[in-house]
Design a protein around this ligand. Structure first.
Ligand code: HEC
Length: 153
């Protein structure tokens, strides 16, 4: 009887601690290498996704395009956590030191880029000027940030 309870309780504790461990914020345990490589991978993915968005919109496939836009918006939000102060150099990073001298401005640009993708998703199918709208709410943000915060490569 008591042994049974002990076994059940042990299993329960084990299960709960696994849950806590798995849901622990990812970045707190990542190494500098994982963070720098991680953000590069997200930026590359966003580039691929942006090209898909452009292609889907030009075909008039707005529903699929909108899903991709939301995906990009989420990626920008997660990128906010990928620039801790100990990741200024190494692992071929192209992040400019200007990021950490102007962290608020950088984070604002990241947030703006994320919010613009949400706005894009809500207005693209009623836009009169598709190309211009994509330029303004998607592509111009890449350039605005890179020109100040990504080193020449
Ligand atoms: C708020 C700032 C910001 C925005 C917005 C932004 N980028 Fe970047 N991007 C960066 C920074 C900083 C790096 C350098 C990261 C590193 O090397 O550590 C980078 C790197 C990249 C890379 C290189 C990744 C690699 O493998 O080294 C690509 C590709 C890229 N960005 C594409 C884009 C595209 C396309 C957009 C717009 C759709 C965009 N970025 C929007 C800041 C931004």
């Amino acid at each position: 009887m008591t042994l049974k309870y002990i076994i059940i309780t042990t299993k329960y504790i084990f299960f709960i601690s696994t849950l806590i461990f798995v849901s622990f914020p990812a970045n707190s345990e990542l190494s500098v290498e994982e963070i720098i490589k991680g953000r590069k991978a997200i930026f590359s993915k966003n580039y691929t996704t942006a090209k898909k968005v452009q292609m889907l919109v030009s075909k008039g496939d707005f529903e699929k395009a909108k899903n991709k836009m939301i995906e990009m918006s989420d990626n920008y939000k997660s990128l906010l956590k990928y620039f801790p102060a100990n990741t200024k150099e190494g692992f071929k990073t192209e992040a400019s030191p200007a990021i950490w001298d102007n962290k608020e401005e950088f984070d604002e640009l990241m947030n703006k880029s994320s919010n613009d993708m949400i706005e894009l998703a809500s207005i693209i199918d009623s836009s009169e000027n598709i190309k211009g709208t994509l330029g303004k709410l998607m592509w111009s943000n890449c350039k605005a940030c890179h020109s100040k915060f990504r080193s020449p490569h």
